[in-house]
Design a protein around this ligand. Structure first.
Ligand SMILES: CC(C)(COP(=O)(O)OP(=O)(O)OC[C@H]1O[C@@H](n2cnc3c(N)ncnc32)[C@H](O)[C@@H]1OP(=O)(O)O)[C@@H](O)C(=O)NCCC(=O)NCCS
Length: 176
């Protein structure tokens, strides 16, 4: 079940998707600083604390500018920050992508699939987007599975920042 009480917070069965705040920085930096997480970023490694701070800042600015963005994903029971998930405008191409990153301790519990489903539903139903894309390194099987389980389908390769990334796409009305 996905409930949205406003444009800024979403509740799923097990998760809250909420606006980040600057107080999340240290927990966010711990997640983003892990090499096993960061090896899938364009950089190919985890973020330094300063990179995490800039990333969080850019998430907050994106929300202020566009009225949507990437949420802090927390578990409902304890309020622990598990990672991030949401929608990001790629200004160069005017496309909206879905993005998700979870801390390693919380992988393989279906959380990314659950959060991504909510993000896509928000994009299609609330923001009235016609299509949403996702980009991932081809060998990132976990990421591709999350996309596929949410109805996204492989379209083509796209070269960004020196990497060949898989472009997956979903259209309105095709959320699984
Ligand atoms: C990608 C990521 C968010 C997936 O999170 P998750 O919560 O473990 O994903 P889910 O539990 O919802 O699993 C989704 C599917 O992927 C599969 N999966 C998860 N991790 C996997 C792995 N390491 N290898 C292969 N399949 C994997 C699951 O089995 C599940 O498929 P199934 O239902 O057919 O079994 C997480 O691995 C992550 O944060 N990775 C680092 C950052 C990243 O790659 N982000 C995406 C950048 S494009």
């Amino acid at each position: 079940m996905v409930e949205s009480n406003n444009h800024k917070e979403i509740r799923t069965d097990r998760l809250y998707l909420r606006r980040f705040s600057k107080e999340n920085l240290d927990a966010y930096a711990r997640i983003m600083g892990d090499h096993e997480v960061g090896k899938w970023f364009p950089k190919g490694d985890g973020y330094t604390h300063e990179e995490a701070r800039r990333s969080l800042d850019s998430i907050l600015k994106h929300w202020d500018k566009h009225g949507f963005g990437i949420w802090a994903v927390t578990d409902k029971e304890k309020g622990v920050l598990l990672g991030r998930c949401g929608l990001n405008l790629i200004t160069e191409t005017s496309e909206v992508e879905v993005d998700f990153v979870l801390g390693r301790n919380w992988w393989r519990r279906g959380y990314a699939t659950e959060a991504t489903k909510a993000a896509l539903a928000h994009g299609f139903e609330t923001l009235k987007l016609d299509r949403i894309i996702a980009l991932t390194k081809p060998e990132n099987i976990a990421s591709r599975r999350v996309m596929e389980k949410n109805g996204m389908r492989y379209l083509k390769k796209r070269r960004i920042l020196g990497h060949d990334l898989c472009l997956l796409r979903n259209f309105k009305g095709r959320i699984c």
